[in-house]
Design a protein around this ligand. Structure first.
Ligand SMILES: Cc1cc2nc3c(=O)[nH]c(=O)nc-3n(C[C@H](O)[C@H](O)[C@H](O)COP(=O)(O)O)c2cc1C
Length: 238
């Protein structure tokens, strides 16, 4: 595939078919992504690959945690404070989840959410519909493979930066090979369910997840959110 075509065709896939991904294909994609540049070539990230029984276990474990969290967010202030104090029902990921967006970024976030729900016919006040859609994150959108990216805590912001470059390289390699991906910050909410299955070094922090597989022919996969015009991203000269 031409580079520009791969860039244009990559999009977040939020419905995967049942077609499995072979170990050969998976290894090839990951190997291609290891050519990504990184700070002093340190490659300060490690990847946990979940498939088969491990993935099925996570597909069962994570959605109820999400349900519990949403119920907590809708409960009384008293219950929320108690949960925070006891850590009961709270996420145990390594990074603080983004809840309050900066004012200047909020409109872009809102527009993307609105466009998605409009495409799916989920109305503004339809809390249940929105919940069901968000919950699909924790079922990996039916993907046969999920990757969890951990970053070394010792390189400050450069570990997440390098991991981001790695992830985009992987996503483009997957597009080129006819596979779909969805990077998912949502999958960084809980670390403990992963500890059960993977020997994760303590100094590596859970940054992001990624679902991988073959795209299903579903409306949601036709979602193409707008981008901010380039002028909005350029800093003007004084
Ligand atoms: C770091 C990162 C985290 C993301 N987290 C999620 C997520 O948790 N759930 C989801 O459905 N999409 C997630 N996305 C996908 C973005 O919503 C998507 O990239 C953006 O809307 C642009 O759409 P496109 O990828 O189809 O071009 C994430 C993307 C990135 C890069």
């Amino acid at each position: 595939m031409e580079f520009k075509d791969a860039m244009a065709q990559r999009h977040s896939v939020r419905a995967f078919s049942d077609k499995p991904v072979s170990d050969e294909v998976l290894t090839e994609l990951l190997t291609t992504a290891t050519t990504a540049p990184s700070w002093s070539n340190t490659q300060p990230y490690q990847i946990a690959v979940a498939k088969g029984e491990v993935l099925e276990d996570l597909r069962e474990t994570l959605p109820p945690l999400f349900d519990e969290l949403v119920a907590l967010a809708r409960s009384s202030k008293f219950k929320q404070i108690k949960a925070k104090l006891t850590n009961d029902g709270m996420p145990d990921g390594d990074f603080r989840p983004v809840i309050n967006y900066p004012k200047e970024l909020q409109p872009r976030r809102n527009a993307t959410g609105q466009q998605l729900y409009e495409l799916l016919g989920i109305e503004r006040g339809d809390k249940k519909g929105r919940h069901e859609q968000m919950r699909e994150n924790f079922r990996f959108f039916n993907a046969p493979v999920a990757l969890f990216v951990f970053v070394h805590e010792g390189l400050d912001v450069y570990s997440p930066l390098d991991a981001g470059i790695f992830l985009q390289s992987l996503m483009l390699a997957a597009t080129d090979a006819g596979l779909g991906t969805c990077a998912q910050g949502a999958l960084a909410l809980w670390r403990s369910p992963l500890e059960k299955h993977f020997a994760i070094p303590e100094n590596y922090k859970l940054l992001c997840g990624l679902s991988l597989g073959y795209e299903a022919d579903e409306t949601i996969n036709r979602f193409k959110p707008d981008r901010a015009p380039l002028e909005e991203l350029l800093i003007r000269e004084k």
